[in-house]
Design a protein around this ligand. Structure first.
Ligand code: PHE
Length: 455
């Protein structure tokens, strides 16, 4: 159905196909834009530590649970959850909350993707004009009115057309070939950033945790990022699971995806923070951090202008993969409900996303910046509501469903398909899904509401 997901079921013929497809949805702005930005605004290494723990003890188990339920049901997410336990239709709520989350995420994701696309052109033009991209470039773009809105529309038209035309698989192939290139380019950025004078401060910022920086807000942001990063808690990965062949070993596959995805985030962090410190910037630079830092890193390199263009082109391509998997969640549901054909469903979803996207995009505009609800502008509010509430609550419901409501035997058998004999980790992973994962999510959610105090 979506990018990566072939039309006929079971079409991920190989283990590599299953791995690459899952990774295609996971890798995106979350790694390159959101991880560094949130690390910077939440105080650095302590946040990174909680994020890594969240990936290990919440992210991987929920990914395993979603893949297992998806493969067992072989249906789209709303129907998979609605019929997984006969007579308990209410679990379909997980899929419906996922549709809401997809709409909210796309409202701000397309804004940021629009900035990336704009930077492709701006950096390309700069190669010829000799102009430099700096903080003012970003402010003018993000704080504008028509410019960011036009880019957002362009991004939405591009991605919804891909969905409408059903050519996601072609894009998927392009993405797969280009992702290793993004990886290599990030390593080049890292080498450049790490050899700048004063770089070690940035490395310490990323990896030497100061536990006094921990608060309920930091915990919730790190947990929310783990969900956002691995596209969890909203049905995307359940759908991908429905296309996994029986031979896929779900636990190792999920672990590999999480490791590769986390590696990309850390590589992005290792490029950004050393450079931020070397150039005396502020780590808490907010959503503009990536856009202000990358051109700076490359500006100190031969052919730097060209590298900047390539960097934003590859990032733009990575965002398409994630966006297609996001749009497909509501589109699949609308089509399955039988109300619309694919093309109309894609257009309807795109228009809805743009309607929500306008206030999100304009919240960077000085005129709108002061319009706040619960102390947050629209951009932050959509991000907070989806990443920090809807996805973790969805994940909690999935863990409870997998660990407590479904038959243990049926779940573990499905999870361990692909093995001739039960592997050692089979029951350990199940115990984590049943006890540890839901408890961790619950503790973090309750502490952020002030209902329990952690210290
Ligand atoms: N994981 C994607 C990223 O990091 C975003 C995403 C979230 C995609 C939820 C699908 C579902 O950019």
């Amino acid at each position: 159905m979506s990018l990566a997901v072939p039309k006929d079921r079971d079409a991920f013929a190989s283990g590599l196909g299953a791995f690459a497809a899952t990774l295609g949805s996971a890798i995106g702005l979350g790694n390159i834009w959101k991880f560094p930005y949130l690390t910077g605004s939440n105080g650095g290494a302590a946040f990174v530590l909680i994020y890594l723990l969240s990936i290990a003890f919440v992210g991987i188990p929920i990914l395993v649970a979603e893949h297992t339920i998806g493969r067992k049901m072989r249906l789209n997410a709303v129907h998979a959850y609605g019929t997984v336990i006969p007579g308990q239709k209410f679990w379909a709520g997980i899929g419906m909350a996922g549709v809401a989350a997809a709409l909210l995420i796309m409202a701000f994701y397309t804004d940021v993707a629009g900035w990336v696309f704009a930077y492709v052109f701006k950096s390309f033009a700069a190669v010829f004009t000799g102009a430099t991209l700096n903080g003012k470039t970003f402010e003018a773009l993000a704080g504008g009115t028509w410019e960011p809105l036009c880019w957002q529309v362009a991004v939405l038209v591009l991605t919804t057309s891909i969905i409408a035309a059903g050519v996601s698989q072609g894009i998927e192939k392009v993405t797969k070939t280009l992702m290793p290139l993004l990886f290599i380019l990030l390593i080049i950025c890292d080498v450049r950033a790490l050899t700048l004078p004063g770089a070690s401060q940035g490395v310490a910022y990323l990896f030497r945790p100061d536990l006094s920086k921990l608060s309920a807000t930091v915990l919730l942001s790190a947990l929310g990022l783990a969900f956002f990063k691995l596209s969890l808690g909203m049905g995307t990965m359940t759908t991908y699971g429905s296309y996994l062949p029986d031979s896929t070993k779900i636990v190792p596959n999920a672990t590999r995806v999480a490791l590769a995805d986390t590696a990309v985030s850390l590589l992005a962090g290792l490029a950004i923070f050393p450079a931020v410190f070397a150039f005396h910037g502020t780590p808490a630079g907010g959503p503009g951090l990536l856009f202000n830092t990358i051109p700076l890193i490359f500006s100190k390199m031969p052919l730097g202008g060209l590298f900047t263009v390539v960097f934003f082109v590859l990032t733009a391509i990575a965002t398409i993969g994630a966006m297609v998997s996001l749009i497909e969640v509501p589109v699949a549901w609308i089509i399955e409900k039988g109300h619309m054909k694919r093309g109309n469903a894609a257009m309807f979803t795109g228009v809805l996303m743009f309607a929500l996207g306008i206030p999100a995009t304009l919240s960077q505009n000085p005129v709108m910046a002061e319009v706040k609800l619960f102390g947050k502008n629209c951009f932050d509010l959509f991000d907070f509501t989806s990443s920090n509430i809807l996805l973790p609550v969805g994940g909690l419901a999935i863990a409870i469903l997998a660990g407590w409501a479904l038959s243990r035997k049926a779940f573990v058998t499905e999870m361990n398909k692909g093995y001739a004999t039960t592997p050692w980790h089979g029951h350990v992973v199940f115990a984590i899904i049943k006890y540890l994962t839901p408890i961790l999510i619950l503790v973090i959610l309750l502490s952020s509401l002030g209902i329990i105090k952690l210290h």
